[in-house]
Design a protein around this ligand. Sequence first.
Ligand code: URP
Ligand code: ZN
Ligand code: ZN
Length: 590
Amino acid sequence: MTIDVTPTSVSGINIRSSQNRLLIKNGRVVNEDGMEDADVYVEDGVIKQVGRNLIIPGGTRTIDATGKLVMPGGIDPHTHFELEMMGAKTADDFYKGTRAAVAGGTTTVIDFVLPQKGQSLLEAYNNWRQKADGKVCCDYALHVGVTWWSPSVRKEMEQLTSEQYGVNSFKMFMAYKDSWMLDDYTLYQAIEACAELKAIPQVHAENGDIIARNTEKLLAKGVTGPEGHEMSRNEEVEAEAVNRACVIANQANSPLYIVHMMSKSAVQALQIARARQRQPLYGETLAATVGTDGSHYRNACFRHAAAHVLSPPLRPDPATPQAVLDALADDHLQLIGSDNCTFTEKDKELGKDNFAKIPNGVNGVEDRMAILWQKGVNTGIMDPCRFVAVTSSTAAKIFNIWPQKGRVAVNSDADIVVWDPRLERTISASTHKHAVDFNIFEGQHVVGSPQYVVVNGRVCLDDGDLRVVEGFGKFIKTPVNSPYVYGEEAADSVEPRAQSPMIHTPKRVTNGNTPSPGFGEELKLVNKQLEAMSGLPSGCSTPTGRKMRDTAQRDLQSSSFSISKEVEGLDTKTSVRVRNPPGGKSSGLW
Ligand code: URP
Ligand code: ZN
Ligand code: ZN
């Protein structure tokens, strides 16, 4: 059941204070650096206490989280709501899009302001704020695209990074020739500007010139269908751009964040660059990359194939999802977003006779967390702490909103997901909350989903019932000079980055193998991971005084996984697997 409460339907009631006290009891709190059994008390949208035997005022609503995980709400670092591109407008607006986000456990999204060439960045930013502010059901922040260059653009970048506007990240495109693409000279200038402003440069890494030429050649040969999309921009076209972007960032002595990394070759290029470069390099992949693959481009149904078109594309290599999951687990990639950019069937048909005209984009904001839990945690590739890191806390750190966001701790925003690792459901467009009639994860059975989602202290998913409020979310400013990115340990270090304390050692729990268990087996595996982790001594203090484990203690044995043999050994210090973790046989959840 879905109940949408609009501001008018609750007129006279202060929706921010109507549920101002909440106790989440008996759950297991999972943060990116450890977990503990603890209750969480929330008042006026903020976490006030975490621990056992808390003293709670009367009249407080209690949620029993026995057998559940209490995690920071997801932060999706990559969405496009109400975006106009390629002659169409995305189906999910800021209301429907953030409603879908909350349904899936995400409580903050970071959307992209994308100015047209020649348009003022400030004007575009103001348009986005106008579109979003009254509609968002959860908090949001903004990246801004640098789609052209002039002294006025440089000046506006500086203005946008001020306290007034609160932007700390800029996206540059190496693809979409003739619309958003920058040449290398301009890209270099834009990255330099980001470094000077201590903002985070982001790139869409694909070689736009090669794509343009390949597209001409394919169309001339009569390849007009969606399969031409991937053919025009194969792995090499992505990997080349990843390497080039890293080189340019290195020349500019800048950190770099590469969005939507879609292929093994691209991840490999990043892995090599991370081993050689001194400034931090971050790689983001997508729910789509780990949850589906490029075989769909060859589906005979245009609607089906076109619905999977995004850029960079899904890859036909069936080993891609597993390799990307491994890279996420091993810290060769640091985050997972959705790149939610949904277009209706009618919009996708703009490219019926020419794949290059199919509006680019897929769904993902709703299913991102469940897909990663299913593919990554239930299979033993990553543990729940790493899940929290890649779905939430690393984004909060990079974009400098941590620990306000991305952490279950005293004084953090009460953006919380109560995750039921037993909850089973089948993903479908017939039940999802998106404003589009297609879901790229259609029919996938997932075990593990949110039961409750708390947004700024308000229960917005209530035992499965969606109770969002349009306009309840707020704009979150992202200050420049993120210590995680620009702190002493992260920048200007001559040490290999793997040795930096700012870089979190990845965690792996594989129980000695990588099984493909049935659903019962999946749950046992998660139980085993949780049990293995909770029995260990701890290294960092929690608000309760109880020690939580530090990362080194959780990483019991190391291995040397890498994405390919060619780069084996380059970055092995960041590659840690836990084999045969202690904890023995699981007898169930707690
Ligand atoms: O296909 C995609 N990724 N659509 C959204 C625009 C972008 O490049 O992120
Ligand atoms: Zn992009
Ligand atoms: Zn995007």
